[in-house]
Design a protein. Sequence first.
Length: 244
Amino acid sequence: MKKKNDEFSFKDLMQIFIPKIWLIALVAVLLGAVLGVYSAFIKKDTYTSTSMIMVTKNTGGSVTTSDRYLAADMVEPYEIVIMSDTFLGMVIEKLEANEDYSSYAKGMTPSVLSSMITVEKLGETELFRLNVTSGDPRLSYAIAYVLEDQITDAEKGLSSMLTYSDVSTKTIDEPALNTVANSKNIVRNTLIGVVGGAVLTMIVLFIASMFDVVIRDRKKLDDNFDIPVLGVIPRFEIDEEVQI
């Protein structure tokens, strides 16, 4: 409750948090422990296969600065098309047609495939990185390989879906089979849980104090009401054995 002065000072906040510091610490430790245990023992390993693609302008000669700017501007439209259901459907069809990877296409849908793929533009350049992440390193590699091939295929690939005949793509880094699991970020997730638990508890305590209308001491009375205090009746306990 804060009627006389609607602004909370640092001292006011400390008076709210310090008496409940044990609760803040307890929630922070518990939430940190939960996220730490989840990251270490429950979260499944994931594997990422990465390739790098460059968007180029077909000039037939030297490449000017304006050509590079045009190619860089084309990265965003390419990213949108890559994540479209139509293009991902083509990737699935190509995956199914490959004898080595056809088994991975069973049950695969554009929505499932899109959840495995991230397209990362590299600054303001004409380069972008394709990351394919799944729980199976061979699946990640198979999808990354077919995806990269589908993007750079001049006749049936990504360029064929666009109207920019003078713009194409080429591979800079081909995807590789990565058998090393991605970091589970146990320490980071634990710290996030500790900090998040502490902040969440403090927010709850702050909101609860704003709706607390009980006057428990003279100071709170002075802070909220501009009225004189004539006296304070002390709290006392009645002895049940005393007969009145």
